[in-house]
Design a protein around this ligand. Sequence first.
Ligand SMILES: [Zn+2]
Length: 581
Amino acid sequence: MRVSQQLTKTLREAPRDSEGGNQELLVRGGFVRQLTSGVYSYLPLGNRVIRKISQIVREEMDRAGGQEISMPVIQPKDIWDKRPASGPTRSEAMGDVLFKLKDRKGRDMVLGPTHEEVVTILTAEFARSYRDLPQLIYQIQTKLRDEPRPRGGLLRVREFIMKDLYSFDADYDGMDVSYRKMADAYRAIFTRSGLRFIVIQADSGAIGGKDSQEFLAITEAGEDDAMMCDTCDYAANREKAEFVRTELPREPEAALEEVYTPDCKSISDLAAFLQVPEAKTIKSVCYVAGGKMVMALVRGDLEINEVKLSNMLYRAGINAADMHLATPEELTQAGIVAGYTSPLGKDERVFIVADTSLKLGNNFVAGANRVDYHVKNVNYPRDFRVDEWEDIASAYTGATCVRCGGTLRAIRGSEVGHIFKLGTKYSELFDATYLDAEGAAHPMLMGCYGIGVGRIMATLVEQSHDEKGIIWPFSVAPYSVALVGLDLEKEENRQTAEQLYADLQAAGIEVIYDDRAETAGVKFNDADLLGYPIRAVISKRSLKNGGVEIKLRSQRESRVVPLADAVGVMQDEIRRGMASA
Ligand SMILES: [Zn+2]
């Protein structure tokens, strides 16, 4: 490719709507353009990166036995409305994230955010016998999710390219084998892409399922929090991370005592006012979910984790898709005084969920359900009822690891891959059964495995850039070599550069040739911004010094190699660069 003929141009300055990070670099470099909130075009350079990542993904999926198909983006909504034996339908669980529309006949349709339904229907048609299993079916395709807050450039978008694979097995052992195959393939993909990542135990969220692992690209720009043990290899999503709750010294149970606590609306105010540790208080927060008032209780030194809470509610048969903090109106209607919420004296119209930390202490301070008053010496079960005891508190930096007693710390990243064991959830819903050797029918065991292809591109940029621009790993760079021709008005220079350009192409090297009538500064800045792994310069000076000046984007020093050796030297660098990913 010649830069003079390229569609895109670089921007010298950050665009006005810049969000910094990957968004700024990818927009300035002309890799992508935003059409509307969270919806991007991939321009030639960006598209080349996406193709490279997709190819790595495809090779590893095929190596693991995957078969590539392509499923429709547009789907009838009724397959999303199938009601399982318990819990919400898929469209209820996804809520407004699901793009919905009507066709000309008034039939409800959705734009696919994922494809469990479609692939289960398809596989059920063809895999009828145990001999037809296992099946690993995948696609690399555009998905749509109406995210409430698209942000972070390509990190959170509404239209995105994803690889999704679905496994179908005859039994649990088979499902475990497929799951392990995918876990290995995912490690290979992220390693080959040059990404720094960790594997964590994850919450399976609205999709439902059993085991699940998340692959997190480590970046401060990400919006996923994970907790890692500093001693063992325990690592889990913050929404899932378990930790050991500290035990408080037990005291003899004392009598309830209402105390005047003016201006104590927060736990820290209250603890300071009464001169007790925060851990001696009960934090009670009211939510409404599925039309029910839910009171969540944790010890005052901990925070409520809403994901753990909503998962618990689903398990208790309460649809938590619309879970929200109770509004002042909802509180008043339930006779609850905001800021002084109390578990005392609640009837069964309030569903009370308590964190296990409240079993590790007594004589707590709780709200009195009366403005400016709290109650001391609150004890379970003497003083209040609990419907469910559960882990509903967030792990924190400094918490104790459940596995080894080590210390947990928070780490930030962006989810680039997620694998789940689904079990029979979808095969039961869509009657995807197979016949065993005796002719008896069983539901297939499924797993699903996603990779955000665009997100790999964005997180690579977050992880690998400097003040001048992007530093692409060799494996996914849009071109391996930027050939920069200078002093091209001189015929000899032009001919030499053209010849090297032709030789590189003939050797199968992906090269972009900057043949523009621009200054050296402009061309060097562009090559640095765009992040090509190798820069090769032909100029008056390089020729005088004996040939071609070659510099790696990741290094400071350049060297001059004779023209006759240039192609071979670059081939060696590419080979080395590919191997080191
Ligand atoms: Zn540990």
